[in-house]
Design a protein around this ligand. Structure first.
Ligand code: FAD
Length: 483
């Protein structure tokens, strides 16, 4: 039999569930990636993610050719292009890996239906998480809504079922890859896709399978210190693997396997279990989205939808200032500059900026979520929504609504010497370590000595945190009764 493997958020040619199963079950396996116009059409013409995918696809195509196969690359509406290609190639079945986002579920259902109508089969597999859907349930058989017991159950299941980490081999079955068509058409250029290059190459963000492997190798040399270093944005603490996890240029099973092996040998220090816990957060939010698709667009806890957010031109101006890093709070502004310039934002700062938008500016969390969705290289609907609902206190297992980050205290605690702030706000470089967190509290004379005029070189604060805090507590009073 012949089959087609459709690559989506799994851009690698090793340890790949759908490819493995297709190779084992068919004599001849074609591979395809579709630049989906249903997704690409809505993006700005310069998008770091498109660059990342473009580079990663080139590497995937090279790798598949080295294995004796090929990658067909289309630019089309995937929902119709896949059944059409399946018919052109005359394959018996299409193989893909599960995607848990509501739109992807609907698209895959449409593709599966079209294939069935055409007497072809659709198979899909778990690949991007360790445990999915309802694999980890409470003792009463319900999906978890609280992280810690979920994590404990997840770890228990992983230990009880080591096969969940086993690799899906490709190489031993590579002889079943269909050889390249001759002549093989060149891969589409960025320009042909309608995009201009972003600054991804200047940022030297490693792409593709080789980039993911390189980042993981580097991270393993510092994983022991992750538990402490991860909270300080000026340090190289985290792994920077999120974009690779998003596009599947790394194998999650391989990451977890490596980590568990390391811990079993007594390595990894205090950092390894903490990092594993972060990967479990990722599984948790994917499960939450799958089980509760209403979180896309509304609060996980419905009572929070009653909150009245600031609207109108003044709120629009506050939102624009937040987006552009002009709030007057240096840590918030430096974080937004990091996002705008690089497409990455440190996890601590995602929490700080999200909390600031919602609880200092009174803006609807969905506006912030949408801004992150547009700008994050690692944008993932489940994790982004989970993070925003956590910050707005409307999510499962979220921060309680009365826990409101103080942006100055956060700055003093996690960027005490102002190293991160200085990197992104060079106009504040000359301020002392103590002064850099709240420039408006610095005597004007001292600012003048450094040639800094607030309102000219750096904004005055948009709001006073203490006042904003009181307003937020009032705003959230509508949910107090049910919380
Ligand atoms: P590391 O610290 O090295 O963590 C390793 C991996 O664990 C990450 O790559 C990621 O896959 C996973 N992970 C870590 N923290 C979380 C978390 N809180 N929730 C879910 N998974 C986690 N992560 C995304 O991948 N995409 C998003 O769109 C996204 N949006 C967020 C929005 C907000 C408001 C917040 C508070 C967090 C968001 N996160 C998101 C989670 C987290 O901030 C990033 O995963 C992390 O900063 C990525 O950097 P890293 O790979 O160096 O992380």
């Amino acid at each position: 039999s012949t089959s087609l493997v459709w690559f989506r958020r799994d851009l690698r040619a090793f340890d790949h569930a759908a490819l493995h199963h297709a190779l084992r079950q068919s004599q001849s396996v074609h591979c395809v990636f579709v630049y989906d116009s249903a997704i690409l059409d809505s993006l700005p013409r310069r998008d770091r993610r498109v660059d990342f995918i473009h580079a990663s696809i080139a590497e995937l195509a090279r790798e598949l050719r080295q294995l004796g196969g090929d990658l067909i690359v289309l630019h089309d509406d995937a929902a119709t292009a896949i059944p059409r290609l399946a018919a052109e190639l005359g394959v018996d079945a299409v193989f893909a890996n599960h995607d848990y986002e509501p739109q992807a579920i609907a698209r895959d259902a449409a593709v599966a239906q079209a294939l069935t109508d055409d007497a072809r089969l659709w198979f899909s597999f778990k690949d991007q998480v360790i445990f999915e859907k309802n694999e980890v349930l409470t003792q009463t058989g319900k999906p978890y809504t609280v992280y810690t017991p979920y994590k404990n159950a997840w770890l228990k299941k992983m230990r009880a079922e080591p096969a969940c980490l086993a690799p899906y081999d490709i190489e031993p079955h590579a002889a079943h890859l269909a050889p390249p068509r001759s002549p093989a058409p060149p891969l589409p250029t960025l320009a042909e896709l309608g995009f201009e290059p972003s600054n991804l190459a200047e940022l030297a963000i490693p792409t593709g399978m080789s980039g993911g492997a390189q980042l993981f190798e580097q991270f393993l040399t510092r994983v022991e210190k992750y538990d402490v270093a991860r909270d300080f944005p000026a340090l190289k603490g985290p792994s920077y693997l999120s974009t690779h996890l998003r596009f599947g240029t790394v194998s999650l099973r391989y990451l977890v396997r490596t980590l568990v092996d390391l811990m079993e040998r007594g390595g990894g220090g205090d950092g390894a279990p903490v990092w594993l816990a972060e990967l479990i957060w990722r599984d948790f939010y994917a499960m939450i989205l799958y089980q509760n698709p209403h979180v896309e667009g509304s609060a996980f806890k419905p009572a929070y939808d009653a909150i009245a957010w600031e609207t109108g031109p003044e709120a629009d101006e506050l939102f624009a200032a937040w987006c552009e890093g002009r709030t007057g709070y240096p840590l918030v502004d430096a974080a937004m500059a990091q996002l705008n310039q690089t497409g990455y934002m440190h996890n601590r700062l995602r929490m700080v900026t999200a909390c600031f938008l919602i609880k200092d500016l009174g803006i609807d969390w969905r506006r912030g979520e949408a801004y992150f969705a547009l700008h994050l290289n690692d944008f993932d609907l489940a994790s982004n929504n989970g993070g925003w609902q956590w910050a707005s206190s409307s999510g499962c297992d979220a921060q309680p609504y009365f826990r409101i980050f103080n942006p100055i205290t956060q700055s003093e605690k996690f960027d005490g010497a102002g190293r991160f702030i200085r990197r992104y706000l060079p106009q504040l470089k000359a301020l002392g370590d103590k002064d850099i967190h709240a420039p408006w509290l610095v005597p004007r004379m001292l600012l003048a000595q450094h040639n800094i005029v607030l309102g000219r070189d750096y904004p005055l604060p948009l709001v006073q945190h203490d006042e904003a805090r009181k307003e937020t507590l009032e705003r959230y009073a509508v949910v107090k009764v049910v919380d």
